[in-house]
Write a protein that binds this ligand. Structure first.
Ligand code: 4AD
Ligand code: MG
Length: 461
């Protein structure tokens, strides 16, 4: 048996050949003596057209099959150079593998993405989601390929962790306790000190600290795994569970970090454009018709650079009414980020050197003592897709920062030892994988680029 993907890619070599395909009926129409099936076999974004007629012994059964029935077709490939599809298959045998009920929810009419979220178990069968999840898979591969080609070592950072990398208090606690039967003191108070085999643990918000460990022995490393944030934010860009790619490079500064990020983003776009042309065309035609222009612009341009302080000035002078007022010291909100990248730079832009007050403890303090060597990459349509920094490699400065933020140096003893034993300047960043997929596809809600999104009120599947 062959696949629809192979037939599309090599249809000429299949001319008049006998093939066997298994898949699901996407559409079926028939008249008295013949009919057409659009068959999808899961291997390709597009369907194969099957032509069948009365010569089939089970013609009467086949012509009444509901959408989504799974079938196996044997027949001859006929090239159709003037038709929409380059070939069709003239069936001489169709076997029903599994029937479908006529109330199948994905009928031909277009459904809203909101509705499709409620049927996350069926939506991968729709055109849009078939394209999204294929691109997601390819992009993941492209990322591994990019780093592996450059000799980076892939590190698996732990999911369950004892440290809070971002210090933002957004961690999901992990516990072995039976929450319905918590240990109590004699006067009925809850009596819990440690909840995971003698330790307080949570789901990781970032694999960065562990990536730093490995960067200081392998030089160039990256993580690629799930991360978790217990933030109750209902935005199209935040999920409680998302995947992050976190490279970490030793003997490197912020400038090297940004170069790596820019190369990576361009590489992913090029790879996906080249290897998923049908899916990308679909996105450009039906989801966002500025997509190709935008992506072409990205791969052919040099990303912009602006310091946080300059960005604040630009925003203040813009004359734009922002919902959240602009002042030096604020954390840039999505509206500010999008204004900068969409209206001012009209391409991806790195914002650097943020106030230390709004950034994490590990970022390298600049000489002004007010800002840190941080960078965020903002892109049109999405806003922040990358957050990174040069790391504080000076032991005394780092200890001071940790204390300043009210954290306990004891909790970071191993992290501090990296500075004690052969520390060096190093840097890294985190790419939000889902935000990258949104950027690649033009999809505007993070719930629609995750197979089973975890957002407030969304954990059914
Ligand atoms: O900016 P963040 O919080 O940076 C870090 O976690 C660093 N430790 C990364 C590093 O330097 N190694 O997160 C990095 C990226 C963001 O730019 C964003 O794309 C994504 O992760 N992100 C989220 N994506 C979806 N839902 C959320 N709740 C996200 N929070 C962050
Ligand atoms: Mg960030």
């Amino acid at each position: 048996s062959t696949t629809i993907k192979k037939l599309y890619r090599e249809h000429e070599s299949f001319e008049d050949k006998q093939v066997k395909l298994s898949g699901w009926i996407r559409t079926l129409r028939s008249s008295k003596s013949f009919g057409f099936i659009e068959l999808n076999d899961g291997t390709f974004f597009k369907n194969a057209q099957i032509v069948f007629d009365e010569a089939l012994s089970n013609f009467k059964e086949i012509e009444k099959l509901p959408i989504s029935t799974s079938i196996t077709v044997e027949g001859k490939v006929v090239l159709t150079p003037n038709a929409k599809q380059p070939f069709e298959i003239k069936a001489d045998n169709i076997i029903v593998e599994g029937t479908s009920s006529s109330d199948y929810p994905l009928q031909k009419k277009k459904h809203s993405f909101e509705y499709l979220r409620t049927i996350a178990h069926l939506r991968p069968r729709s055109n849009t989601f078939s394209a999204v999840f294929r691109v997601r898979s390819l992009a993941a591969f492209a990322i591994h390929k990019f780093f592996q080609e450059r000799g980076f070592v892939y590190v698996n950072s732990p999911i369950i962790t004892g440290s809070d990398c971002e210090g933002a208090g957004q961690m999901f606690r992990v516990t072995t306790l039976d929450l319905d039967n918590l240990p109590r003191t004699q006067d009925g108070q809850i009596d819990v000190k440690e909840d995971f085999f003698g330790k307080t643990t949570s789901l990781t918000v970032s694999g960065q600290l562990e990536a730093e460990v490995f960067a200081l022995s392998f030089r160039n490393v990256y993580t690629f795994g799930p991360t978790f944030r217990a933030e109750n934010s209902n935005t199209p860009r935040h999920a409680a569970e998302f995947w992050m790619i976190e490279p970490e490079i030793a003997f490197a500064e912020l400038k090297d970090d940004m170069e790596l990020a820019e190369d990576m983003v361009k590489y992913i776009i090029n790879y996906v454009m080249e290897n998923a042309p049908e899916e990308m065309e679909f996105f450009n035609n039906f989801i966002d018709n500025t997509l190709f222009d935008r992506l072409n612009n990205v791969v052919n341009s040099e990303f912009g650079h602006v310091t946080y302080t300059e960005a604040i000035e630009i925003l203040k002078k813009s004359g734009q009414q922002f919902e959240y007022p602009v002042e030096w010291g604020i954390d840039l909100q999505t509206e500010h980020e999008r204004y900068l990248t969409e209206k001012v730079f009209k391409k991806p832009v790195f914002v650097t050197d943020y106030p230390k007050k709004i950034k994490a403890f590990y970022m390298r303090l600049n000489d002004d003592n007010k800002t840190v060597a941080a960078m965020d990459l903002l892109v049109p349509g999405v806003g922040e897709i990358i957050g990174g920094s040069q790391r504080e490699e000076r032991l005394d400065v780092l200890e001071r920062r940790i204390k300043e933020l009210g954290m306990d140096v004891k909790d970071y003893w191993w992290y501090l030892e990296l500075r004690k034993y052969g520390g060096t300047k190093h840097a890294g960043f985190g790419l939000g994988f889902e935000r990258m997929i949104m950027y690649l596809t033009g999809m505007s809600n993070i719930r629609d680029v995750i197979p089973f999104p975890r957002t407030p009120g969304n954990a059914e599947f």
